[in-house]
Write a protein that binds this ligand. Structure first.
Ligand SMILES: Cc1cc2nc3c(=O)[nH]c(=O)nc-3n(C[C@H](O)[C@H](O)[C@H](O)COP(=O)(O)O)c2cc1C
Length: 226
């Protein structure tokens, strides 16, 4: 493991989408997942399920679904303009990198599916009082909040081991096909597909809109000046 501080990891674990073919030792994958499951989850239900895909043929099949998802993404992006905070060079780089992954997902030595199984909280809402049911309408938006903290832990743990990765989601356009490849039962939902491997590109630095642009104090519109 690299001797890297937490903040160095946070500031350098950028999205990496090109990987060397070198295998990732199982012990390392286990440690990364063990860091992942230190994450919080709603009601501490820990209903996460991770599928590590190393088999070449399985990776090829998932890569094909991802490629199809990429077709949908490209159609969605056809009329999209670049976000204001990115210059054209940065945007072109992002699109080139994302496009590369659409064609090369299967080349990563490890594909990791982060999934959730249904928990008890939120089940059988018909049996709950009407006011509780009404409040539950916001629950859908909470969906990913019990898995994405674990995914971020995994991203940082990968960084500590010198492994590149990126959180991807476009397989979800054809999620049923991914589930069929993996034999996942109907009630399990996939939330992220992470290719993992030793990167050919460098880590960091990560550029973001500054705190001053995205933080308010006490109420909307009142800038944080800290
Ligand atoms: C919710 C979410 C979905 C994403 N889906 C994809 C994806 O399907 N494919 C992909 O290549 N990158 C995907 N990304 C990665 C983003 O493009 C990346 O995090 C962003 O461009 C910032 O990259 P950076 O950390 O290198 O600056 C996703 C990221 C998030 C948080």
């Amino acid at each position: 493991m690299a001797d890297i501080g937490l903040f160095d990891a946070i500031y350098s674990a950028r999205a990496l989408r090109r990987f060397k073919p070198d295998p990732v030792p199982d012990e390392v994958i286990t440690k990364i997942l063990d860091a992942g499951i230190r994450a919080p989850s709603g009601s501490n239900e820990q209903t996460w399920l991770f599928v590590v895909v190393k088999d070449r043929e399985q990776r090829r099949k998932i890569g094909e679904v991802y490629r199809k998802g990429g077709g949908i993404l490209m159609a969605l992006y056809a009329n999209r303009t670049k976000p204001e905070h990115m210059d054209q060079k940065q945007y072109d780089k992002l699109m080139a990198s994302a496009t590369y992954l659409i064609d090369h997902m299967a080349d990563a030595p490890v594909l990791l599916l982060a999934c959730l199984q249904p928990g008890q909280v939120g089940a059988q809402p018909a049996q709950l009082p009407p006011d509780v049911q009404a409040a539950m309408r916001n629950l859908a938006r909470m969906g990913g909040s019990s898995i994405y903290p674990a995914v971020q832990n995994i991203i940082l743990a990968c960084r500590a081991f010198g492994l590149g990765t990126v959180l991807t989601t476009i397989h979800m356009f054809y999620e049923d096909e991914v589930k069929a490849v993996l034999g996942l039962p109907p009630e399990v939902q996939t939330y992220a597909l992470l290719p993992i491997g030793y990167p050919t590109d460098k880590f960091g630095p990560i550029r973001r809109r500054p705190v001053s642009e995205v933080v308010c104090l006490d109420r909307y519109g009142n800038p944080w000046k800290g």
